[in-house]
Design a protein around this ligand. Structure first.
Ligand code: AKG
Length: 285
């Protein structure tokens, strides 16, 4: 029978059912309440003052990063810099996720970035993409993300879709390959600039056999930065909160603070908003 490492290598992702226990979920629940309250306050403060997010972040290097929904500057679509902001998540949750990834890959990893996607009712669709496209301004060329769910992710509220076996589906394409710790992986052709910036080209999406991957609150989904994925909009009447902690191989160095320093300095750069349901993703590159 295939073990988790083999499944992960073949599919690019794996689900760890109930990878987080009740105590972890309690910590996450209280931390996320404080974080999303701060995120909402920040958007309200900026709406009041009229200052742009881009100008604000150039002046604040330790503040939570917030990106509003595409159609409402007061509604939080996502927030980031969770590990830098929340002591409880930094000490209890991140080390556990890191350990899962290290057990799976047999290599050491460091946190690269993080985010919480609120996925509000009626919104929150993420177009098909490979995460690695959004990270190529930094040295690490291989990342593993731990997605954790504070609410069940269902078909109705827009759970993730991953391929059955994309390496097989795209094998005949001449995609450039990148050397990674788990072998050579393809970077698929994506749209460059404009409203679809970073999305995988439609002909390639059509070749991929996609599977729905629903998840329960407390499940952990580990996926690498090459596996294509997307999610539909939330058709339920409740927000679906999920946090994503992305790690890079420790051998490549520690980039967490550099990543957020660059993001604060270049907040409007579409690189930082690839395939997201935000007005920032639609800015010209
Ligand atoms: O939150 C989701 O539904 C999808 C998230 C995603 O694909 C991303 O943030 O790259």
């Amino acid at each position: 029978m295939a073990n988790n490492s083999d499944i992960f290598k073949k599919q690019g992702y794996i689900v760890l059912p109930q990878g987080l226990n009740q105590d972890d979920m309690k910590t996450l629940e209280s931390s996320s309440q404080a974080l999303s309250q701060r995120a909402g306050e920040l958007l309200a403060e900026l709406a009041e003052s009229g200052e742009s997010l881009s100008d604000y972040y150039k002046r604040h290097d330790d503040e939570l990063i917030v990106v509003p929904e595409i159609d409402d500057p007061l509604k939080v679509c996502r927030y980031e810099y969770i590990d830098g902001y929340s002591e409880a998540i930094n000490t209890q949750i991140v080390p556990k996720l890191k350990q899962y990834i290290e057990e799976l890959t047999g290599s050491k990893f460091l946190l690269f970035k993080d985010k919480c996607n609120a996925k509000n009712p009626g919104g929150g669709a993420f177009d098909p993409h490979q995460d690695v496209i959004a990270y190529d301004q930094f040295k690490p060329a291989y990342h593993v993300t731990a997605a954790i769910f504070l609410d069940d992710a269902t078909v109705e509220n827009g759970c993730l879709h991953f391929p059955e076996n994309y390496l097989e589906d795209v094998a005949e394409l001449d995609s450039p390959l990148t050397e990674t710790p788990i072998g050579k992986l393809p970077v698929l052709e994506s749209y460059d600039g404009g409203p679809d910036n970073g999305n995988i080209c439609q002909e390639i999406c059509d070749k991929i056999r996609w599977n729905l991957v629903p998840a329960k609150r407390g499940d952990v989904v580990l996926f690498d930065s090459y596996v294509p994925h997307y999610s539909e909009k939330n058709n339920s009447d409740k927000t679906r909160r999920a946090m994503f902690f992305t790690f890079n191989a420790a051998a490549d160095g520690n980039y967490y603070q550099d990543y957020y320093a660059m993001k604060r300095n270049e907040f409007d750069n579409p690189k930082f908003h690839v395939a997201t349901p935000t007005a920032h993703a639609k800015l010209e590159g």
